[in-house]
Design a binder for this molecule. Sequence first.
Ligand SMILES: Cc1cc2nc3c(=O)[nH]c(=O)nc-3n(C[C@H](O)[C@H](O)[C@H](O)COP(=O)(O)O)c2cc1C
Length: 343
Amino acid sequence: MNNAITLSAWELNETDFDAGASPEQQLRFALQYAVLAPSNHNTQPWRFIVDGPTVQVCADRTRALPVVDPFDRELLISCGAALLNLRVALSHFGLSYAITVFPSESDPDIVAQLRVSRDGHLDKALATLFVALTTRVTTRTPFVDEPVAPRLQWDLTAACDAEGAIATCVEAETARHAIAQLIAEADHAQFADARFRRELASWIHSRRRDDGMPAYGAAVGGLLNIAAPLVTSVVRVFDVGAGAPATHQRLVEGSPLFVGISTERDDPEAWLATGQALERMLLLAASRGLTASYLNQPIEVTTLRETLRSLLNVDATPQLLLRMGRGPQVDHSPRRPLSDVID
Ligand SMILES: Cc1cc2nc3c(=O)[nH]c(=O)nc-3n(C[C@H](O)[C@H](O)[C@H](O)COP(=O)(O)O)c2cc1C
């Protein structure tokens, strides 16, 4: 059996873009960048229907995670991230566009309709993030124990703000300890649920697949076993069996910055906006040498969401919780071929 993971989706050559091609061909080219977006468990829950200069970005609910994400909230966040990538690529190639979100009342799976048009919107700030599309990666290892500069924190917050979401940066050690405590509580609740463990394990693969999370890397390789929750949890935090107190300490020390992303509303539009804010912030972070991973447990365990809100001290609904900092180079995860996701 071939155990190699195919990472060719990441080997794109922007000079292959044909400025004289039809809008449809140009859209298809740009969609190669859209699918590099992050998604929960790397489910890649999106489909694209291309028709001339128009593309419909659709949620693929057959790839839902009913246990961890029963309302498809994170699924729509993932689609938002893909939409942001598409906007970045189009902006880079000088193509302006107009977007309508949730254009169809009868079909809530169409999350956005984007039309390339000369009198559309051209966002120069987005174009500057293009290089980061192929360098951004989720990094689950401990980060260098050094603060993230205040100016950079401000820029990360502004990136979320530009997409209609509120980022809250938490760097004080006591506050990070309190959040780490909440994460541990949520982790415990999730891993006590066999359905959660089964769903997570079903998306971690030790052999070649073009979706899900590859079980490679020092933290995961060879250790995966659904019967051992702490081992599966390396994908969620970075515990390698050191025990809960050690994990808590390492999480705080290895995460110089926690960032919460919240929205005023808590509905599909807000989730789509969250995904665009997330990816705009992650691409900016990557372009400045920062990386991130996710600690969404206290949001997914809904009874803890309010506690997180008060720890973040925000008058809005938390949608995502991340840790950010400087980390080592890690491998990308695979993507499905474009032909599987374009109609
Ligand atoms: C909405 C959302 C939720 C996520 N939740 C988690 C999580 O709880 N734990 C985690 O380790 N990664 C999480 N991820 C990261 C994905 O696992 C990651 O994006 C995916 O495996 C693809 O890898 P890449 O980001 O390196 O391209 C999440 C990503 C998104 C978009």
